[in-house]
Ligand binder design. Structure first.
Ligand code: ADP
Ligand code: MG
Length: 348
């Protein structure tokens, strides 16, 4: 449906977007995830036609939108500060875009009713929006964006202004509403929890390019770079130097690790980063693990509900590990990471 091809954009002679390409299929919910300032909002403004790229194209069903003005693109855009009209009621807010489309009164009231049902706020129609909670206002803003039936809906950090508890609660609700609408969605956020909770597909923007895209599961299992692994909070990232190519051995600040043979070739002396996931740790020497076993000191042991999070001091490196049992702070602990569970990324 939507194709974004090789967009570039400079601000003040500094490249912000260096060739951004991705697609959104029919009915798909794509999360565009990137740090603050990475150019996410700029991409949405270019897709909406509010801003022009230096080069590259935006296509809808194969057609280049270069000469199509914003209001003819049929795309909906909801910003973080989704400012509802304070002096209008819920229904009047939702009706606004429909009036702009020139629909008649009957059509408008039908669509407003549908929109209110989709956010399960039928009984709120006549309430002034100033009397709503933050979460309710957010849902009304979403209904307002959905009511004109855009061909594509773009949401720019819509939950950014809400507190964490409310956000967590709204993510599932939002996912249900958006899927039910069957409208393709680009959802922009810098929050990985939000992105993982919502997306059919994740697109990761960093340093002006798309570093990786895939389902939440794919990204979780196979982060393409150390940056992605770190950004997604997948675990401990440790610097190392290759000491032997076959079998692959990598020396870190606290131990020398053995790794499975990998498709990429590594050479002695090469610097790399390793991902040691907290959930992959084996605790205690009783696992008869011969390889990748080392001693550390328990710095902290925190009950997380489903597990205990251990903070381990290994040499001068701090590693997080998950344990089914608590550990005594200050005690020594032998841990190991199975070779086949460790991921290696070339470079530092
Ligand atoms: P994000 O939405 O990922 O936080 P933005 O797309 O808003 O990032 O902007 C990225 C950077 O581009 C900003 O930090 C700013 O420096 C620059 N920028 C964005 N819009 C403009 C503009 N209209 N004029 C000058 N610089 C801009
Ligand atoms: Mg932004």
């Amino acid at each position: 449906m939507l194709e974004v091809q090789n967009l570039t954009k400079d601000y003040e002679n500094k490249p912000l977007l260096k060739g951004v390409s991705f697609e959104v299929a029919n009915g798909e919910l794509v999360c565009l995830l990137g740090s603050s300032g990475s150019g996410k909002s700029t991409i949405l403004r270019i897709i909406a036609g509010l801003e022009e790229p230096e080069s590259g194209a935006v296509l809808w069903q194969g057609r280049d939108l270069r000469d199509v003005p914003t209001h003819k693109r049929g795309f909906g855009l909801m910003f973080q500060d989704y400012a509802l009209f304070p002096h209008k009621s819920v229904a009047q807010n939702i009706a606004f875009g429909l009036q702009m489309q020139g629909l008649n009164e009957e059509e408008i009231s039908g669509r407003v009713k549908e929109a209110l049902e989709s956010i399960r706020m039928q009984s709120f129609a006549d309430r002034p929006v100033t009397e709503l909670s933050g979460g309710e206002q957010q849902r009304v803003a979403l209904a307002r964006a959905l009511a004109p039936s855009p061909r594509l809906l773009m949401l720019d950090e819509p939950l950014g202004a809400l507190d964490h508890t409310l956000r967590t609660q709204l993510i599932q609700e939002l996912r249900a509403i958006l899927h039910q609408s069957q409208i393709p969605v680009i959802y922009v956020t810098h929050d990985r929890e939000e992105a993982f909770g919502l997306a059919d597909r994740l697109v990761i923007l960093h340093d002006g390019v798309i570093l990786q895209e895939g389902s939440p599961e794919e990204l979780f299992e196979q982060p393409a770079t150390a940056w992605v692994a770190e950004f997604l909070g997948l675990g401990n990232l440790v610097a190392g130097v290759v000491t032997q190519a076959e079998p692959l051995m990598i020396k870190t600040g606290f131990t020398e690790l053995t790794l499975p043979n990998l498709p990429i070739e590594y050479n002695p002396g090469q610097e790399c980063r390793l991902l040691l996931r907290p959930e992959d740790v084996l605790i205690g020497a009783q696992h008869s693990a011969r390889e990748n076993q080392f001693e550390c000191i328990v710095r902290d042991s925190l009950f997380m509900g489903e597990y205990h999070q251990l903070e381990l001091l290994c040499g001068e490196t701090t590693l997080l590990a998950r344990s089914q049992t608590p550990a005594e702070i200050g005690s020594k602990l032998v841990v190991s990471w199975p070779a086949e569970k460790i991921r290696v990324f070339p470079g530092l």
